[in-house]
Design a protein around this ligand. Structure first.
Ligand code: F6R
Length: 240
């Protein structure tokens, strides 16, 4: 992967937002791969001012993951988060932005439906990625197959603890999720993995330089011909 070390998260946001605007200008119905969590927020923030004079009405998007068994209207469902942090502030068409369907009713075909929708859209042009402290991307925890597609997974205790900050208590964090697989993610044309802070340094080093291993799902990016890693000094501190 190409590693770009930037001064801070805002600089990373500006860099990636510039690239996304370039893609939208080249193809107004470009398919973006969206991520939730704290990491991509500077990108969405930087996009706000940049899309003011860009036609984004045709932009399509696919989120990485969703909790299972959470009402889509729940404020912490990833559907709600994507609506609040991306769709509304950027003025995207909500009908063109998809999030995996985590409702239990129909969950057995939700993964296949999502894969089919991505394929029908012609694939993702640019996939935003964060990385977990244990090296997960999407909700693909250590041990996930590099060939995996969108499917239901059990959240690890660590990830439920990490995400408990968004819920009244850890007991309210769902037990399961539906996530794009590593195989799904690897089919995007360009991967952009962002990471900030020293808490991510070990995972970043493993993803970029460590052995390619299912024990560190982020290392799957080494199999991709066009992966860019944008990090601040702290997140880059374990790179050799
Ligand atoms: C988000 C996602 C996760 C996060 C990761 C890092 O859609 O799939 O892999 O990117 O857990 O989370 P933050 O950015 O909150 O540190």
């Amino acid at each position: 992967a190409e590693v770009v070390i930037v001064e801070n998260a805002a600089a990373a946001g500006a860099l990636v937002a510039d690239e996304i605007v370039r893609l939208i200008r080249a193809d107004p119905s470009v398919v973006l791969g969206l991520a939730t969590g704290s990491t991509p927020l500077p990108v969405y923030e930087a996009l706000r001012s940049r899309v003011a004079d860009v036609d984004v009405s045709q932009v399509r998007g696919f989120a990485l993951d969703e909790y299972v068994g959470i009402d889509p209207a729940h404020p912490e469902s990833y559907r709600s988060v994507i609506t609040r942090e991306v769709v509304e502030p950027l003025g995207l068409d909500p009908a063109r932005i998809r999030v995996p369907d985590g409702r239990t009713d129909g969950i057995e075909h939700a993964g296949a439906d999502y894969e089919a929708a991505i394929d029908a859209a012609g694939g993702v042009a640019l996939q935003l990625l964060g990385i977990g402290t244990d090296g997960h991307i999407g909700f693909n925890e250590p041990g996930s197959s590099f060939a995996s597609i969108t499917r239901v997974k059990t959240l690890t205790e660590q990830t439920r603890e990490d995400n408990a900050r968004f819920f009244p208590s850890i007991d309210d964090v769902p037990m399961h999720c539906i996530t794009q697989g590593l195989g799904t993610i690897l089919r995007a044309k360009h991967l952009v993995l962002l990471a900030f802070g020293d808490g991510k340094a070990e995972a970043v080093a493993g993803a970029v330089e460590g052995p390619v291993t299912a024990s560190l799902p982020g290392s799957a990016i080494q199999l991709h011909p066009h992966a860019t890693v944008v990090v601040d000094e702290a997140a880059a501190s374990h790179l050799r």
